[in-house]
Structures are given as structure tokens and as C-alpha cells.
Ligand binder design. Sequence first.
Ligand SMILES: N[C@@H](CCC(=O)N[C@@H](CS)C(=O)NCC(=O)O)C(=O)O
Length: 201
Amino acid sequence: MSDYTLFFNPMSRALIVQWAFAEAGVEPKLAMVEWEDKPAELLEANPMGKIPTIIHHAEFGNKVVSEAAAICHYLAEMEAPDLLPRAEEKADYFRWLFFAAGPAEAAITNRAMGWEPKDAKQEMTSGFGSFERVVDTLDIWFQSHDFTCGDRFTMADVYVGSQIDWGLNFSTLTDRPSFRAYQSRLQERAAYKATLGSLGD
Ligand SMILES: N[C@@H](CCC(=O)N[C@@H](CS)C(=O)NCC(=O)O)C(=O)O
């Protein structure tokens, strides 16, 4: 039996975590999730009924992790120490991992659903400020850095990269040369090709 169960649907953010598992060199057991008939095991593990959700069948007991960004980092902690940030990379790693899961995710999904802060007061109150500020901030970083932590791929790139990759693929993110160059670097990775490579075909 695999040490991990991944609740999965191929049309979902669970693909991010499938890529993370491939980067970690671990094969999870996939538990398929039909939207209209979610497995009881998923709802018991995560009452949100959201995927990705994983169960780690660890020697210290079954542990549930939800939230794609948290799962990516958890897998690096448990299975792939080479993909964790070194001391000098931690600031960039955590800054951009949380930025991608918070402000970037909110800016992209709010805009895709037709809502944006309508004035400076709403921008001040919303954690992402505005879609344009989020895009420009990421753009400035990737104009001068190959990866989230500079010149080395880490697990944060699976999550930060997925936001940019998906945003470009679904046209929910502004197309910028720095994003395209970052996306190309990610798409060269064997683990990306093995899990997400055929999606654009
Ligand atoms: N905050 C979650 C979002 C997960 C999420 O919204 N997943 C969608 C699929 S992409 C889902 O499970 N939707 C099913 C539902 O809400 O019933 C994360 O980042 O992992």
C-alpha cells in the first residue's frame, strides 16, 4: 500500500499535488472524486469536500493535509528534503509560497468570476490590493529570478509555478514575458512532463 492517498480529479487543483508527488518521487494511491458523489472518506477527512486533500498513512497515524500549497510543502518536509529551502532561501520560499496561495489566488479567482475592488478603499481592505498590483509584483520578481528562491528549483515552484502556468493556460493571468520564461523552465522538468505534460495536447 502507498504511504499516501490523494483524493483526485483530473480537472482540478489536485494536479498541482500530483506534480508535487512526482517531484518528491512518491506515488500516491489516487482516490477518484466525482463532484456529484464525493467519497465519504474525503468528507470525513476534509469537511470542505475540496481537493486536493491527502491522507498520509504514517507510522505515527493517519494525517490529513488539505490546501495545495500546504501539501506541497508537507511533501517536501516528509519526502524530498532537497526541495526544501536552504537557510538563505527561506525568506523567498515562504514569502512567495504564501503570496501565491493568498493574494495571487484571490486576485486571479476574483477577477475570473467578475469581481474586483471598485475603489482605493476596497483595495486597501482586500489582501490582494488589486489584480494589477499582484501581477506587477510577480512580474518584477521573475524578471530577475529564474525561480521562487532565485536560481534553484524548490517545492515552492510547484505551487507558485502552477498559479502562473494555469493562469497563462486559461488566460486568467496577464501574459508577461517573465511569466512565459518561468513557465518554460518549469515545463522542462521531468516531473512536470510526467504529470501535466499531456494536458496541453
Ligand atoms: N484552497 C484550496 C482550493 C481547493 C479547491 O477549490 N478545489 C476545487 C477543485 S479545483 C474543489 O475541490 N471543488 C469542489 C467543491 O468545492 O465542491 C486549495 O488551494 O487547495
